[in-house]
Design a protein around this ligand. Structure first.
Ligand SMILES: [Zn+2]
Length: 663
């Protein structure tokens, strides 16, 4: 459980500070000069909440803002109350950028414009590990990038390179921002610099910048006579290179650095360091295929654009982008590429809580070509605005097939084929509210009922994708309790959503921890304030164990009794209900540990409203399912409109519930 305390745990960083330096050290200067909210805000969308800031934790798979940044209690610190990550500016940089302490110190000093006192010795651990350290590799990449940039700027050597950039309409400012460079047309351009500066040849081999000669024992430059696109990490340090040919006869057209300890293609997005802020601000990331596309977009003022590096969008990419935004638009030229991208996008969409859309540009143009046209930016923006979500995009192809089919069984077969494809792309792994939304959307798109879709889904052994939260809380499953004595609880409805279960549990947790909360009235949007027990009855609880607990809790709340958790446990007959009640007591305690400025009454009211919304939403679902079953529902515009409204409404709701109590 999270207890706010400015001097919480003596982190390794702090110990090191104490051992290594005295008094008003560089470290203290850097710390004082760094605004933790601004620093974290560069990587995570933070919003103010009372005197603190909260945001989605970048250190675990966080779906609700679990991280708090506290600046009003002496030394600023951050803390995730879900995964426990926490610390000061140095901890954040070390953990977020995977830097060691010395690197984090240098990085923050650079950022704050502080010159560090030269250290007499390098950090001891650099020499301990096998092979070059990550910071050595970064240093090598940084030196190489600087060398290539110098060559590009050189009056003679850089001439051809500069002309090519000019032809591609890449201006000086963009060339500077993206650190573009030129590898000279010789075998030992970079090698000479390395030798002259007595740098480690082996280090540059490890960094993929030099290669050993086959027969001889010398080395040669990996990149020769190419335009160099440094690939940077999230903080803008070069970690690898993309290199494009100058001579059209050279092969291959693009050459990339090999994977190294600091460079993994599947986890790297070109231009992210320059695009991040804009992605956070716009809530959308546009993913293209090429370096020059990214540069062209940024030049045109569209800064939320990044590129994958010769791979399709991976889950890791989606996870990285998911920390900054909720929508990813995959941008492709041509329908075939778009179709393949849509498939990948759907796979990612099924597995990560992020919306994936697919956009193809008009006339099969790539972004670079389009943006160079007179009304390019406008047409580009139109295309982005018209991006279709990946499933809809994929359905278009099937749609044509559907139209050609006459007769019920032919349509049925097409539907089944489409669903089988979605199934192989991972539709099975989606659960809860998202699954409902997707089925709803499919039903809507295909003009059939959600039930039909459910029935047409290929049956595979269902690996329990929606684990019971009771089991999560108590570490036991209901079936384990069937040892003869207590009657097994009726099983929860199969469509019980996680959000609904959570809403039920959250509310009970607060009431069990503090029964006096039940006296507070709940203000509804379109109704006067009411006591919760007048609005919800225990029968409306869908989770069977929660229903039993609610029965006892509501009875006491209605009669204004204050009860202890022990009394409640004594009153509950069923062991599952007792376990749930005990677990919920602790959950209530952690909800009210005073880490936010929200009062317990506000928490309670919000929990009540969240439950009402969840109940209302599911009732609405049932109603719409009913509507869809009526004949001709698919062609009835009124029903379609209602379905659309429902979907829209649910989008908001899912967001509201998701961000509900956890913050
Ligand atoms: Zn966390």
């Amino acid at each position: 459980m999270y207890r706010p305390c400015p001097s919480h745990v003596p982190s390794k960083t702090r110990l090191r500070i104490k051992m290594a330096v005295d008094g008003s050290s560089d470290i203290q200067r850097v710390r004082d000069a760094t605004d933790l909210v601004a620093l974290i805000g560069e990587h995570v969308a933070l919003r103010p909440k009372g005197r603190e800031h909260v945001g989605v934790c970048p250190f675990h798979d966080d779906h609700s803002p679990s991280m708090a940044v506290v600046t009003h209690k002496g030394n600023a610190f951050y803390k995730c109350h879900a995964c426990g990550a926490g610390g000061d500016v140095f901890d954040f940089v070390q953990n977020y950028h995977k830097m060691d302490f010395a690197e984090a110190l240098r990085f923050l000093a650079d950022r704050a414009g502080i010159t560090l006192t030269p250290l007499s010795k390098r950090a001891a651990h650099d020499s301990e590990s096998h092979g070059p350290s990550r910071s050595d590799l970064r240093e090598a990449a940084g030196r190489a990038a600087a060398f290539y940039q110098r060559v590009l700027r050189h009056p003679d050597q850089g001439q051809l390179g500069r002309r090519i950039l000019e032809d591609r309409a890449i201006g000086d400012e963009a060339a500077e921002a993206f650190m573009l460079g030129l590898a000279p047309d010789k075998w030992d351009g970079l090698l000479e610099v390395i030798q002259k500066n007595k740098l480690s040849i082996d280090l540059f081999v490890q960094a993929g910048l030099l290669k050993p000669r086959r027969n001889d024992d010398g080395h040669y430059d990996t990149f020769r006579n190419r335009i160099i696109f440094p690939i940077c990490n999230e903080v803008g340090q070069p970690i690898a290179f993309g290199a494009r040919i100058i001579n059209p006869e050279d092969e291959p057209k693009y050459l990339n650095s090999p994977e190294t300890p600091i460079f993994h293609k599947s986890r790297t997005l070109y231009g992210l360091h320059l695009a991040k802020r804009s992605i956070i601000d716009s809530g959308t990331a546009i993913v293209t295929e090429g370096y020059t596309d990214v540069i062209a977009c940024h030049q045109a003022g569209l800064k939320n654009v990044v590129a994958t590096l010769g791979t399709a969008l991976t889950r890791e990419h989606a996870q990285i982008l998911g920390k900054f935004c909720h929508t990813v638009v995959l941008l492709f030229d041509g329908d075939d590429a778009g179709q393949r991208a849509a498939d990948r996008g759907i796979e990612v969409f099924f597995r990560e809580p992020i919306d994936v859309k697919v956009c193809t540009l008009p006339d099969n143009l790539d972004p670079d070509d389009l943006l160079r046209q007179e009304d390019g930016a406008e047409r580009f923006n139109q295309a982005i605005a018209g991006a279709q979500d990946a499933i809809r995009y994929k359905l278009r192809r099937f749609d044509r097939a559907l139209k050609d089919q006459t007769g019920l069984s032919a349509r049925q077969r097409t539907l089944e084929t489409f669903l089988r494809e979605l199934h192989t792309l991972g539709l099975d792994s989606v659960s809860g509210v998202r699954r409902h939304l997707i089925f709803d959307q499919l039903a809507d798109l295909m003009g059939v009922s959600a039930r039909e879709i459910e029935n047409a889904m290929p049956r595979t052994p269902v690996h329990s994708h929606a684990p019971s939260e009771t089991a999560e809380l108590t570490g036991r499953t209901t079936s384990e309790e069937e040892d003869g004595s207590p009657a097994p609880l009726p099983s929860a409805p199969t469509n019980l959503s996680r959000a609904r279960r959570q809403a039920e549990h959250d509310l009970l947790a607060l009431l069990i921890f503090d029964p006096t909360l039940g006296r507070h009235l709940i203000q509804l949007e379109n109704d006067g304030p009411c006591r919760l027990t007048d609005l919800v009855t225990e029968e409306q609880f869908a989770d069977p164990a929660a229903r039993l607990v609610a029965g006892e809790v509501f009875e006491r709340v209605e009669s204004d009794q204050v009860f202890s958790v022990q009394e409640l446990l004594a009153a509950l007959d069923h062991p599952s209900a007792r376990e749930l009640a005990a677990a919920l007591y602790f959950r209530g305690e952690s909800h009210m540990d005073g880490k936010t400025t929200i009062t317990p009454a506000e928490l309670y009211q919000e929990a009540g409203r969240a439950l009402l919304r969840a109940i209302e939403r599911e009732a609405y679902h049932a109603e719409m399912d009913e509507k869809r079953r009526t004949p001709d529902s698919a062609s009835n515009p009124e029903v379609l409109q209602q379905l659309l409204d429902l979907r829209k409404k649910q989008g908001h709701m899912a967001a509201a519930i998701g961000s509900g109590l956890r913050s």
